[in-house]
Design a protein around this ligand. Structure first.
Ligand SMILES: [Zn+2]
Length: 446
């Protein structure tokens, strides 16, 4: 459409020029110009079309010159625009390089590049974010906070700044237990993004760290609606919160009720299962307690369950064969797990069933990298044959292997006892039981 009007306008202009030329040529008459030269008048005579032609050409020339001047006047503006573009390009290049430096863990290089970017770009949100992350990499949390704070004031990218501030405060809050500042930031983030899964995860971590079990439970239930936690995580955390509430309950009924809920929510949470079994055992309900331990053993064989099972052993079953039978009851529920095989070998040794114990241990040795397998072989040599030398060889081998432990899934620290709050990073219910065999691929992957 634009091209059509342009062509039309050109045709109109040509037609007008043609009409003007014809009109000029048709004009009759002369123009006499009298000029005074040294007191004597000189008369110049021109035909009218010539004069009119000179006038029109002169006018067109004037218009062209004016346009030329106008363009010249615009030139500095165009140069400035070009410079501005170049500056922006260089700024974004520095910003990109700075992001690469952050990814590579080079905080100092990132900071220098971020400064270059800020000079060229002013202080757009992205440059502030890079500054903050570079400061974090260099361990300067104060500077990082300042940049995040500035970023939080940006009307469009403010949430990024708030998130950065919160993540930084979270670390401090979880390790020190001083959660108030982080909680305020989390509440602010929640009003801005009420459905954000990470805001819910942060709020949950903070409430649990502050041991506000009920509030943490509310956040967890709400978070489940927005997929802030996986189904398994949700059950594990919920059970841990109910277990904690059971421990703090003021009446026995409340304690038992909450312990039952915790165990039913997540039977593999071993300490909660042991806690419930202890409550039942103390109330004289040995069989119910054994059921609880048995069902948890099915999904998560663990030495603590075995210890509780031993406490539940009927007193009349004092002889060694009866003891093996009692253990078999548990082992039949899940005898494939390495933990079950270790337990089986130990019960056979306890009953002096040397042949069966040796067969079980030699079979386990083929696949296990559990130090306890070698310790049991050492014990077998000592107790069956009194062979101290053979025993010492097995013990030396045992030192080359690990034993299963509770491992914090957040910071990877290893612990012999389950703790609800990780003493190293302050995370709630972050311990997972890992036997050494499971551990190896993780080490290789890292
Ligand atoms: Zn931890």
């Amino acid at each position: 459409m634009k091209a059509f009007f342009k062509t039309l306008w050109l045709i109109v202009k040509i037609a007008a020029m043609g009409a003007l030329a014809i009109w000029i040529m048709q004009q009759q008459g002369d123009v006499a110009i009298t000029l005074d030269q040294n007191g004597a008048p000189v008369i110049y005579e021109f035909a009218l079309p010539v004069i009119l032609s000179i006038l029109v050409v002169g006018l067109l020339l004037l218009l062209s010159v004016m346009r030329l001047f106008d363009n010249a006047a615009r030139m500095p503006g165009q140069i400035a625009l070009k410079n501005e573009r170049k500056k922006l390009q260089e700024g974004y290049q520095a910003l990109t390089k700075s992001l690469v430096a952050i990814a590579a863990g080079d905080g100092h290089g990132a900071e220098k590049l971020a400064q270059q970017a800020a000079k060229k770009l002013g202080a757009p949100p992205l440059s502030l974010l890079v500054h903050a992350q570079a400061a974090q990499l260099q361990g300067d949390t104060g500077a990082a906070s300042r940049f995040f704070h500035q970023l939080a004031a940006d009307p469009k990218a403010g949430f990024l700044g708030l998130r950065g501030q919160l993540m930084q405060e979270m670390k401090i809050a979880l390790t020190t237990g001083q959660v108030e500042h982080a909680r305020r930031l989390a509440a602010e983030a929640e009003t801005k993004e009420p459905r954000s899964p990470w805001v819910m995860q942060a709020r949950f971590a903070l409430e649990a760290r502050a041991k506000n079990w009920r509030e943490a439970e509310q956040v967890l239930v709400r978070g489940a609606r927005f997929q802030a936690f996986t189904k398994d995580e949700n059950k594990w955390y919920l059970a841990a919160l109910q277990w904690m509430q059971s421990q703090e309950a003021t009446t026995r009924d409340d304690a038992r009720h909450l312990a039952k809920r915790a165990w039913e929510t997540c039977p593999p949470l071993v300490p909660a299962a042991v806690h419930y079994a202890e409550i039942l055992f103390a109330a004289g309900r040995r069989n119910s307690a054994a059921d609880v331990i048995g069902k948890s053993w099915q999904s998560a064989p663990h030495p603590d369950l075995a210890l509780m099972w031993m406490r539940l052993m009927p007193e009349s079953d004092g002889d060694s064969i009866a003891r093996v039978k009692w253990w078999d009851k548990l082992l039949l529920l899940n005898d494939r797990d390495p933990e079950a095989q270790i337990l089986r070998a130990r019960t056979l040794l306890d009953a002096n069933l040397w042949g069966e114990a040796r067969a079980a241990l030699m079979k386990l040795k083929l696949t296990s990298s559990d130090a306890r397998c070698y310790e049991l072989l050492a014990r077998l040599e000592r107790e069956e044959k009194g062979d101290a030398a053979a025993s010492a060889v097995w013990l030396a081998m045992a030192e080359e292997f690990n034993v299963p432990m509770w491992v914090c899934k957040i910071d990877g620290t290893r612990h012999s006892q389950f703790q609800t709050i990780c003493p190293s990073c302050g995370s709630f219910a972050s311990f997972r039981w890992q036997n050494p065999g499971q551990n190896l691929p993780a080490v290789i992957a890292a």
